[in-house]
Design a binder for this molecule. Structure first.
Ligand code: MRU
Length: 353
């Protein structure tokens, strides 16, 4: 099985997701700027995986700090966190991970730089391990939403590649299959970066999961033909009212699902919920390079100098969301109440079904 991201011999190793599915190349990052650049360039992507990469990148950066005392260390550490925060704007897991790493420094006021460095590495490793556990727990809850012989549509990649492992939306599908259910997946290709065709199709096929690839504009047709029983996607940031920012095109799928009376589920860890943002309108939406739209693998597919828009995410209004699966349970409407309740509730250690 592939590893999305790993802390190995004091380096960060990541599978280069830009090259999948054609090449399985692992890159080793020895310093913090390398990891920041890898996040920016989407060597690693997907909200939880970005969070893990940020934490490991910060741990790498902190390990390399040369400082006489704690004050100098803290100043340099802050700068590393600031640079990391500027890599990608939408997935809140990035900022959540940075906050957690900052908490290590703040929470240990007596420790000397060398001891702090060690603690920061431990924290990054912990975030990595926890992410897999969280996804498994999410899967246990989410599996209940999937009936035997269901056909599930997903958009983008919310799988092992978008997390430390197992996945959020794909984790729920994996859990349903582990529970003995027969599940078929339809994967939207997800223009322009093709996370669906390159990544979701690749990792589901590796697991032997029955997967059918469609282009994004085929989803409505499939729903009308009654070939889809439910939709499940991941999220990059969920506002307090349940509005969901996720890969561009998710909103269109949610509208289609409503029209065809198909449940639309979101699976995301508590770290993706941003209670400080009331409505989805306030979620910053990343605008990416025009070349992602005008080219495929460096081959132009549009006229030179054509005007281009390339928002990487959209916001699905909460009214279109049937339920949100988290590692602490399933949130239903009104989301203001249910999300807040889950966010403050203690983690579920062992969920007996
Ligand atoms: O631009 P990306 O590939 O980082 O966007 C990823 C998504 O939108 C995912 O659906 C989301 O992060 C959920 S991943 C568990």
């Amino acid at each position: 099985m592939f590893k999305t991201i790993e802390w190995k011999n004091n380096n960060v190793v990541m599978i280069d997701q830009r090259l999948l599915p054609n090449e399985e190349v692992y890159r080793t990052y020895k310093d913090f700027p390398g990891v920041a650049e890898a996040i920016r360039k989407m060597v690693v992507r997907g909200a939880p995986a970005i969070g893990v990469a940020a934490a490991m990148g910060i741990a790498l950066g902190a390990s390399g700090i040369k400082a006489k005392g704690r004050k100098e260390f803290a100043g340099k550490f802050e700068r590393i966190c600031k640079l990391m925060a500027a890599t990608r704007p939408t997935a809140v897991n990035l900022f959540w991970a940075i906050k957690r790493m900052k908490g290590v420094v703040k929470g240990n006021p007596k420790l000397a730089p060398d001891e702090l460095k060690e603690k920061l590495v431990q924290e990054a490793k912990k975030i990595h391990v926890e992410d897999i556990e969280i996804n498994k727990q999410m899967g246990k809850f989410g599996s209940r939403l999937i009936k035997n012989r269901a056909t599930v549509l997903t958009h983008c990649n919310a799988g092992a590649l978008a997390t430390a492992g197992y996945g959020t939306a794909l984790g729920v599908i994996r859990a349903a299959i582990e529970d003995g259910k027969k599940v078929k997946v339809f994967a939207d290709e997800t223009r322009p970066f093709l996370q669906g065709s390159r990544l979701t199709a690749w990792e589901l096929m590796k697991d032997g999961i029955d997967t059918t690839l469609i282009t994004d504009n085929m989803a409505g047709y499939m729903m009308k033909k009654e070939l889809i029983d439910l939709v499940i996607v991941g999220a990059d940031r969920i506002a307090a009212n349940g509005d969901v920012a996720n890969k561009i095109g998710t909103y269109s799928v949610a509208v289609l699902a409503r029209e065809h009376k198909i449940p639309f589920y979101v699976a995301a860890p508590i770290s993706t919920i941003d209670l400080s943002i009331k409505h989805g309108d306030k979620i910053p939406i990343e605008e990416r390079d025009r070349k992602e739209v005008t080219h495929i693998k460096n081959i132009p597919i549009a006229p030179d100098r054509i005007k281009v828009k390339n928002p990487a995410f959209d916001v699905t209004p909460h009214k279109l969301v049937t339920a949100i699966v988290t590692e602490r349970g399933i949130a239903r409407k009104p989301f203001e109440k249910s999300l807040k309740k889950l966010a403050v509730s203690p983690p579920v250690i062992n969920n007996e079904k």
